[in-house]
Design a protein around this ligand. Structure first.
Ligand SMILES: [Mn+2]
Length: 336
């Protein structure tokens, strides 16, 4: 379908990958399943070319992604500091800031930007940005299918499947399209195990994560005549539940799933005076624009940003914007 659209970029990437030997593969802060899955599938291809590969994403990564094949390639900040790549990839990252500005590594080190966020700033020397792709993993799949079909092993297919599974919310979100379903079928043919991946990545929860969820749900508030849902996770809740901030993946969906809620937010106090905000919306409400206005980014119905403030102030800021978005738009119209 759109495979031909980036044929020139894909061939240029293959040329670079064949000529370079030390490759840095970057992801966005607090990498999710699509970010990690597409990074590792790409890394698998690069390792197969004989390159030394280092994967890095700032922030917290959920423990379960460390079970994916080749997750050992994820490096510490110390290793990153001493690694001098001659080629850099950034995956699933709409801005350089989302990779903690680790992209520019020096003169003559090319940057390849592979992403599906509509807010992508095209910061690469080669940019493969396709917002019609439901996941970055879909674009990595198109790349490998064209330039290195031999790299599509059962392990790579599993990583790519996880990317699509997580970014489509288990094939439920608006971005679940024919290409995503066809690619998923292809990944299964290649050896991905859908029931095991759904079990490991969507079903199983850690006890600490459920304890944290119960504390966070107690903070749930509904505003705006039932159309706004907000909840938070404080440092204190983390201590009480004995969990980590990476245990909160998916919490925002509880606020967003309430029947009349059209705008939802989860506020996570990652450090004193620093709050990460996850935004969700239904219908035509564009939370990517709201996130972008505050230095974040994302998709129309799912976005994120960081606020340098305490929990209360961060909530006030976002609630004010939510109320402005709702003003003049009476509720009760249509589903997600
Ligand atoms: Mn993604």
């Amino acid at each position: 379908m759109s495979e031909e659209r980036f044929a020139r970029e894909f061939d240029a990437i293959a040329g670079l990958a064949a000529a370079r030997r030390r490759v840095l593969v970057l992801g966005h802060v607090d990498p999710d399943g699509d970010c990690v899955g597409s990074m590792l599938a790409l890394a698998h291809y690069l390792v197969g070319l004989g390159s030394e590969v280092v994967c890095f994403a700032p922030g917290d990564m959920a423990d379960l992604y460390r079970e994916l094949p080749l997750a050992r390639l994820f490096a510490s900040e110390e290793r990153l500091a001493s690694f001098e790549p001659d080629l850099v990839f950034a995956l699933d990252s709409p801005t350089a800031a989302r990779t903690a500005n680790l992209i520019r590594r020096g003169d003559g080190v090319p940057v390849v930007n592979i992403d599906h966020h509509p807010t992508n700033e095209r910061y690469g020397d080669i940019n493969v940005v396709d917002e019609s792709a439901s996941a970055a993993a879909i674009i990595v799949y198109r790349l490998l299918a064209r330039v290195a079909p031999g790299a599509l092993t059962p392990e790579t297919a599993g990583c790519l499947y996880v990317g699509v599974l997580m970014d489509t919310g288990g094939f439920r979100f608006r971005n679940t399209n024919a290409e995503a379903l066809a690619a998923a079928a292809r990944f299964v043919e290649l050896g991905a195990r859908p029931h095991e991946l759904a079990h490991d990545f969507l079903y199983v929860k850690k006890l600490s994560s459920l304890k944290l969820l119960s504390l966070s749900l107690a903070s749930l508030e509904v505003r705006g005549g039932g159309r706004i849902g907000v909840m938070h996770v404080s440092r204190r809740m983390l201590e009480e539940a004995g969990g980590a901030m990476s245990d909160t993946e998916g919490f925002v969906d509880y606020a967003a799933s309430i029947d009349d809620v059209e705008l939802a937010a989860l506020f996570r106090e990652v450090a004193p005076g620093e709050v990460r905000v996850s935004l969700r919306s239904r219908n035509d409400f564009n939370v990517a624009a709201l996130a972008e206005a505050h230095g974040g980014g994302g998709h129309r119905n799912a976005a994120g940003l960081t606020v340098r403030a305490g929990l209360d102030e961060a909530k006030r800021l976002i609630l004010r914007s939510f109320e402005e978005m709702l003003a003049g738009r009476p509720g009760g119209g249509g589903g997600a």
